[in-house]
Each structure stands twice: as structure tokens, then as C-alpha cells.
Design a protein around this ligand. Structure first.
Ligand code: CO
Length: 170
């Protein structure tokens, strides 16, 4: 009985240490990028779709597919878990309107360096964040567009080839 109790204490101590050591840095270096799809648990719809996207110094988003519910607002938070500055490894999140050609848009965006690489007044864009650098985060809120599949990308020069995915409104 006493041994049993000691074991329980050991388990609690081990578990406690484990969570205490989980600093953002540790998470950053041990987490393997999987380009995973948003799981139902990633999105809590209580009148608003909460979406979290992270990015890194390897020019990657952690998701290639995002699903949200129509008829609700979307709050999207983009994190940059890297160390590099936004001049060198800047990331944004740009949601394109239906039918907009991603490659053509990315080429147009090159000339919008002074405006977060998003052309001003463009009808191609439904929502976007500013460009952020390592260690930064940014949140935006917008209405989920009508049901369908949309493209998203990072419009920083040269990033769209790797940093893109589908935004699906259900
Ligand atoms: Co980028």
C-alpha cells in the first residue's frame, strides 16, 4: 500500500515536471511539422470559428487545410514560431476570393511591399493579416464567406509555393 502511494507521487511529480519543461522553445524544436489538417478540437464554434495557424523559419504553415462553419465569424490567429525578422522570413495569412488564381495573385502581391504584400483595394482578397516576424503573432476577425473552398497563402515574396492551403467553409 505504501509502495503504491509512492508510485502515485512519482507519477504526479514526473507529469508535473514534464508540463513545466514545455517552454515555447522546447515545443518549437521538438515539434515535427506535419502540415496537419485542422482537427475538430482546433475549432470551437460558439458563434465564432477560432482558427490557429502557426508558421516558422522553414517557410511553413502548420496547416494545409482549414475548415470553418459558415454563418459565423472567424477569428484567425497567426503565429510565427521562428526567430528570423519579418524582412527576411516574414509571414502573413491571405485568404483569396473564390476563383482567384493563387500564382497570379502572388506575382501581383510582389509590388505591394509597402502594404504587407497585399495589393490595396484588391477584390481578390477576403481577409489578410499584416506581415509578422519571428516571435510575433497577429489576430484578425472576419465573416466566414459562403460555403465553398478557397485558397490561402503567405504572400511574402517566394513563399506561396510552400505556404499555401485550402480554406473550406462548410
Ligand atoms: Co511567409
Amino acid at each position: 500500500m505504501k509502495i503504491f502511494r509512492v508510485l502515485i507521487v512519482l507519477v504526479i511529480v514526473a507529469f508535473g515536471c514534464n508540463t513545466a519543461n514545455k517552454t515555447p522553445e522546447a515545443e518549437n524544436t521538438t515539434k515535427i511539422m506535419t502540415n496537419e489538417v485542422t482537427k475538430p478540437t482546433d475549432i470551437k464554434v460558439k458563434g465564432v470559428n477560432e482558427v490557429f495557424v502557426s508558421s516558422n523559419d522553414q517557410m511553413q504553415f502548420d496547416k494545409t487545410e482549414i475548415r470553418v462553419k459558415s454563418g459565423h465569424k472567424v477569428t484567425l490567429t497567426l503565429r510565427h514560431k521562428g526567430m528570423m525578422s519579418k524582412i527576411v522570413m516574414g509571414h502573413n495569412f491571405v485568404l483569396l476570393n473564390k476563383g482567384v488564381d493563387l500564382v497570379k495573385f502572388a506575382q501581383k502581391a510582389l509590388s505591394a511591399q509597402d502594404h504587407n504584400y497585399v495589393p490595396l483595394g484588391s477584390k481578390d482578397v477576403l481577409a489578410y493579416t499584416k506581415i509578422i516576424g519571428g516571435g510575433e503573432r497577429v489576430s484578425i476577425t472576419f465573416d466566414a464567406p459562403e460555403k465553398g473552398t478557397y485558397d490561402f497563402l503567405c504572400s511574402f515574396p517566394g513563399h506561396y509555393a510552400m505556404m499555401k492551403g485550402k480554406f473550406i467553409v462548410e
